[in-house]
Design a protein around this ligand. Structure first.
Ligand code: NAD
Length: 502
């Protein structure tokens, strides 16, 4: 239970922002200060059913809305997001903790997907083969599925909802979104702007909650597809449960992203990239670099890496320094527990981010400073688990082959990078590495929306990724038409009892 004087985050059902009738709420908390910003309802099963029913009722008209009309809503939407960038970033920073500059980046990477959705007229195209048999043409239609649902994590509360509903809706589907219960406020601000841009009532709906609401979405027969982004544990559950209920499902999940540092790399650029990608957003990115593999002489760069990490400044996201707090007290405890485990299991703590000196007003915040472990080996908890905090594990290898083998033996496949000035080393890496998103001198290789997010192996379930060409296939059913028209006088041929088209 929470204090009823605190504003409640609304549900969106059939075009109306409504307060939940639930008795179960949780607080949305500023992770830098513990100030309670809002309370979020755990929607009742009737409310979830009402949201799905509204999306179902809106589908017949929306699926027939001309593609240009759908596209123009997203043209307007992208402008509204731009116009509100500062306010969106301020909300995001208050509830999530990342710096204001990074919050704008979070919104911006989502905005790029909205721009992509505005180009739906060039994306949702079928294929046609003329004269596949005498007088016969075959072509495909990419038709919307119906009601789709999205379930999002706390770490990108703007970008990840924007990976989902704009492309689903642009394709002609209707949508039920379940944002992270830890930071739903910026998501709701984006949803309000989407309605202002002209999304009709019932086409986009939002329910809040946790496991019960997610399970209800997985089970409901009127939901045809689910897009999930979050941890491997929950994503695996969602994939299995929703697949069993006959849905199309895509799950983008946890990671352990390795960056290989070759001794010929541009040292200053590489160290800057590693520090930024390991500690930015307090390490709470699914594409954060969490393991650096120093190859050969690059092992000697460890002291410089530590020195650079030490220069980062920590504060509230609103202070816009280098990194803010982690999302919750529980997350902080877990990260600090893993740091202690790393020491117990024999890794060398080269930089300890616990026990920070902070100004009085931030002493209650969930702060963990940049932390570096050297001598990290497979089998240690800090290597096997996704820490999801500002902790970089440093491992070593004698050769590029050894480094590649280490990465390929790790179950995750979200992202990886190599730092080198050698085209031959980079080419070998690109060819042999078994990870879905690869950077060459780029530490966080998240593809722009004309491509798709292509994490692999344990980091993903389902064949098709969010955004880009793949998501158009995910959010549509291919219907293949084989068509013949006869001239009025055509009679030739007689009965054909074979499978051949004649
Ligand atoms: P999470 O799995 O705890 O939560 C994700 C969603 O699942 C939330 O909406 C939550 O309400 C819901 N949920 C939580 N527990 C549930 C349960 N038991 N049953 C059903 N639903 C449940 O993830 P998080 O902590 O919010 O986000 C961090 C994780 O997300 C990290 O593992 C990170 O790597 C991953 N992530 C992956 C990507 C990617 O693209 N691969 C992107 C961002 C984040």
């Amino acid at each position: 239970m929470t204090d009823t004087a605190i504003p409640g985050v609304a549900l969106l059902i059939d075009g109306q922002f409504v307060q939940s009738k639930t008795t179960q709420w949780r607080n949305v908390v500023n992770p830098a200060t513990q100030q309670v910003l809002a309370r979020v309802p755990m929607a009742t099963s009737d409310e979830v059913a009402a949201a799905i029913a509204a999306a179902k009722a809106a589908f017949p008209a929306w699926r027939k809305t001309p593609i240009g009309a759908r596209a123009r809503i997203f043209l307007k939407y992208q402008q509204l997001i731009r116009d509100n960038m500062k306010s969106l970033a301020a909300t995001l920073t208050a509830e999530q903790g990342k710096t204001l500059a990074d919050a704008e980046g979070d919104v911006f990477r989502g905005l790029e997907v909205v721009e992509h959705a505005a180009g739906i007229g060039n994306l949702q195209l079928g294929e046609l083969a003329n004269n596949v048999a005498g007088g016969v043409d075959t072509y495909t239609l990419l038709q919307p599925l119906g009601v789709c649902a999205g379930i999002t994590p706390f770490n990108f509360p703007a970008m990840i909802p924007l990976w989902m509903f704009p492309m689903a809706i642009a394709c002609g589907n209707t949508f039920v979104l379940k944002p992270s219960e830890q930071d739903p406020m910026v998501t709701m601000q984006l949803v309000e702007l989407a309605l202002q841009a002209g999304i009709p009532k019932g086409v986009l709906n939002v329910v809040h909650g946790a496991a019960d609401v997610v399970d209800a979405l997985c089970d409901h027969p009127d939901i045809k597809a689910i897009s999930f982004v979050g941890s491997t544990r929950v994503g695996t559950h969602v994939y299995q449960r929703a697949s069993l209920a006959g849905k199309r499902v895509q799950c983008m999940m946890g990671a352990k992203n390795h960056a290989i540092v070759m001794p010929d790399a541009n040292k200053e650029q590489t160290l800057n990239a590693l520090v930024g990608a390991s500690f930015g957003a307090a390490g709470q990115r699914c594409m954060a670099v969490s393991v650096a593999v120093l190859v050969g002489q690059a092992r000697q760069w460890l002291p410089d890496l530590v020195a650079k990490a030490r220069t980062l400044k920590i504060g509230a996201g609103a202070d816009n320094l280098d990194l803010g707090p982690v999302i919750s007290c529980t997350a902080k405890e877990r990260i600090e527990g893993l740091i202690a485990r790393g020491q117990q299991e024999g890794a060398t703590l080269a930089l300890d981010g616990r026990q920070l000196e902070l100004p009085a007003h931030l002493r209650q915040g969930n702060f963990v400073g940049p932390t570096i472990f050297a001598g990290v080996k497979p089998g240690m908890s800090i290597y096997e688990q996704e820490i999801f905090g500002p902790v970089l594990c440093v491992a070593e290898a004698d050769t590029l082959d050894e480094a590649i083998a280490l990465i390929n033996a790790n179950p995750n496949g979200n992202g990886t990078a190599i730092f080198t000035q050698s085209g031959a080393a980079a080419r070998k890496f690109k060819e042999d590495i078994d990870v879905g998103q690869v950077g060459v001198n780029v530490p966080i290789p998240v593809p722009v929306p004309m491509f798709s997010f292509t994490g692999s192996r344990a980091s993903k379930l389902g064949d098709l990724g969010p955004y880009g060409k793949q998501v158009v296939l995910f959010y549509t059913q291919t219907k293949t038409i084989t068509e013949r028209w006869f001239d009025d006088q055509t009679t030739a041929g007689g009965v054909n009892t074979t499978i051949s088209l004649r």
